[in-house]
Design a protein around this ligand. Structure first.
Ligand code: SF4
Length: 371
């Protein structure tokens, strides 16, 4: 990492501004009272250079984290960032082939270490919630992908470890920083937030999506079941946030028609893949402008279910389309390096967490023991 020399000596006590955790305007304001930092338009220019070229502005102290593990399957790259206390974030860079033959990359970021939501098909759930990430930790994943791994992502999806609506105090500022024209400059239309279906969280995210510049922010909702009975079996949060409440919140989403809500449906053999399940989920979604995104289940470690067969996935897709539901299939990438949907999570950290001392935030609603 390149550093510019400070333009003036630093006094003893002050907190250096962190361009990873601030918007350009916030950074310029923080610089006004920080010795040795650039001022005014120079501060904005230094902020821009930091995000575009990786040059650290003088007098600042960005909380950059070293890359830990890096695993590659084809063009899919999973990498971790080392956090204090032996913890780590997990991120995945996923290649997207365009019609003209070029490749763009989507970065799947984590919003927490572990997760408290307890979805039974998910590897991360087995860790429980260990720690919320800060906004700078989230932006640091973009920074590492761009300047250390060497692939500047076009799209960002909050689908890594953690439930974004469980940590909105960090996720909302992170989205503002990622979308800042002087910073990473990722268009809001290229940012998607995926939630387990927390109605209040969706409403709070919706307030950001109502602001100028954020109208095209994308919402994805992890539904995964045709009714509350099945959903509560695989997603304990359904007992607190039933599907009627979820539908209310989704219908209030302010996004433009082009950014219709993406409904994620992890297809699990013998659980939610029957023809009548398909009919029921299409009926549930009828009042909503949405796309149904069918995701073949990626078995987590010690999974009680196998991956679905190709024919069952095709049959489910065909039936949903015949029902008049706009439906897509999400391709699976990175399954062999446990980088696919629902497979993130480090079993070593999970084991350590049980004897950890103070890094654990504690389990909240929806947590279940899965072992
Ligand atoms: S699927 Fe998402 S919300 Fe559910 S436990 Fe896994 S990380 Fe958490």
């Amino acid at each position: 990492m390149k550093r510019q020399a400070p333009s003036s000596p630093n006094p003893d006590s002050w907190i250096p501004p962190d361009p990873l955790g601030l918007t350009g305007a916030g950074f310029a304001t923080a610089c006004q009272s920080a010795p040795g930092t650039p001022r005014g338009l120079e501060a904005i220019a230094a902020y821009r250079r930091f995000h575009r070229e990786g040059i650290v502005p003088p007098g600042t102290d960005p909380r950059l984290h070293a890359i830990g593990r890096r695993e590659i399957e084809g063009e899919t790259i999973k990498f971790t960032l080392e956090l204090p206390g032996g913890l780590e974030t997990e991120s995945v860079l996923i290649p997207m082939r365009r019609r003209d033959g070029s490749t763009t990359r989507t970065l799947c970021v984590s919003s927490q270490v572990g997760c408290a939501m307890g979805c039974r098909f998910c590897e991360t759930a087995r860790m429980g919630l260990i720690r919320h990430l800060e906004a700078s930790d989230i932006v640091a994943q973009w920074h590492a992908a761009t300047h250390q791994v060497g692939h500047r992502p076009k799209n960002i999806v909050f689908m890594g470890m953690g439930e974004p609506t469980d940590n909105l105090d960090a996720v909302l500022p992170a989205i503002r920083i990622l979308a800042d024209h002087d910073g990473p400059s990722v268009a809001a239309s290229n940012i998607s937030v995926s939630t387990v279906g927390n109605p209040d969280g969706i409403r709070r995210l919706g307030r950001l999506a109502s602001e100028p510049g954020f109208h095209r922010l994308n919402l994805a909702v992890s539904l995964n079941a045709p009714n509350d009975r099945i959903r509560a079996r695989i997603m304990p949060v359904d007992r607190d946030w039933p599907m009627d409440d979820l539908m209310d919140a989704m219908r209030g989403w302010p996004g433009r028609p082009k950014s219709a809500i993406c409904i994620e449906y992890v297809l699990i053999p013998g659980v939610n893949d029957a023809p009548e399940h398909c009919d029921e989920v299409c009926e549930y979604l009828r009042p909503l402008r949405c796309s149904l995104n069918v995701i073949p289940y990626n078995p987590r470690r010690n999974s009680p279910w196998p991956a679905p067969t190709e024919s069952s996935v095709e049959a489910f897709l065909a039936r949903a389309i015949a029902n008049g539901q706009f439906t897509k299939r999400r391709g699976t990438k990175g399954r062999d390096v446990m980088a696919a949907c629902g497979q993130l999570g480090n079993p070593d950290i999970r084991a350590r967490r049980r004897v950890s001392d103070g890094t654990r935030v504690g389990l909240t609603r929806g947590s279940v023991a899965l072992d």
